[in-house]
Design a protein around this ligand. Structure first.
Ligand code: FE2
Length: 293
């Protein structure tokens, strides 16, 4: 009988990964752990995100997303977000004149990128010994939480995310980034779940997104095509954790369904590796990276 993918494992209570789980991660480039997070913790994080949206004044960033001709301003708002809590709009929530066309709670694409250090609710979710155990079993000598994102994937207008490798955006020498993707609601093919190219983490890093003299640019490293035949939908239930290897190509389609698809992600790097100083994400000296404790 052929195996159905993704293979899913019940999440270990203490976060420890079995040899079978580690073998699946090494083979596929992803690992789906069912029920890693208590549903109540998912709801609490969602409530925190909604509070941040409620507190947010769209005037702060409205110009950022109002027209494509103001893209440079958007870059500034984005560039400075590595050690802040900032909110980014759905492309389809802003009209050509810069007006928000849906209610604010339905207009935000994501929040990033340092809630895990700046917001008590996100901090409690992100820093704990269960995740520390998972990271240790993945091989991290000194896991550091580099980036957090709350992704709304709004009903009807949730934007697609094109196929990419996380190492493109957050590069260390040697490579170490791993993505932790928490489903805060059920994620299905209907509401824009993740897809991965199974096993393609063994291929080269294709692109580099970096800061070149103050400008964020994409550079091609390798033109090898994605193997679309390896595509697997990573459907996940509320509370599941999906681990993503830093070279695993993954993407998600637009959400045209009436249901949102909230998810929370953490990107972890190893402090034993060198964080390249031309990565887009920078933090001030008063915001050193922390581990899971
Ligand atoms: Fe990603």
């Amino acid at each position: 009988m052929t195996e159905t993918h993704p293979v899913r494992f019940p999440a270990p209570a203490d976060g420890g990964l079995t040899p079978e789980m580690l073998a699946a991660f090494a083979r596929d480039g992803y690992l789906v752990l069912r029920g890693y997070v208590d549903p109540a913790a998912c709801d609490a994080l969602r409530a925190r995100a909604e509070a941040l949206v409620e507190e947010f004044d769209p005037a702060e960033a409205k110009t950022v997303f109002s027209t494509r001709t103001r893209a440079h301003s958007a870059d500034d708002y984005f560039k400075g977000s590595g050690d802040k809590i900032r909110l980014f709009f759905e492309e389809e929530a802003i009209d050509a004149d810069g007006n928000i066309t849906v209610e604010k709670s339905r207009a935000i694409n994501k929040i990033g990128h340092a809630m895990h250090d700046l917001d008590p609710g996100f901090e409690a979710f992100s820093h704990n010994m269960k995740l520390a155990r998972t990271a240790a079993d993945l091989g991290f000598a000194d896991p550091l939480l580099l980036q957090s994102m709350y992704i709304f994937k709004q009903p009807e207008i949730g934007g697609e995310v094109l196929c990419h490798q996380d190492g493109t955006f957050l590069l260390t020498e040697p490579e170490s980034v791993i993505g932790l993707w928490f489903a805060l609601e059920d994620a299905t093919v209907e509401n824009g779940c993740l897809y991965a190219l199974r096993g393609e983490h063994r291929g080269p890093l294709r692109r580099r997104y970096r800061n070149r003299d103050g400008e964020l640019v994409v550079e091609n490293l390798d033109n090898a095509p994605w193997d679309e035949a390896a595509r697997v939908p990573l459907e996940a239930a509320k509370g599941d954790l999906v681990l993503l290897h830093g070279r695993l190509p993954h993407f998600s389609g637009p959400n045209r369904s009436p249901r949102s698809r909230h998810a929370y992600t953490l990107h972890v790097i190893d402090g034993a590796c060198r964080y390249l100083d031309d990565n887009w994400l920078v933090r001030g000296p008063d915001m050193p990276l922390r581990g899971f404790a």
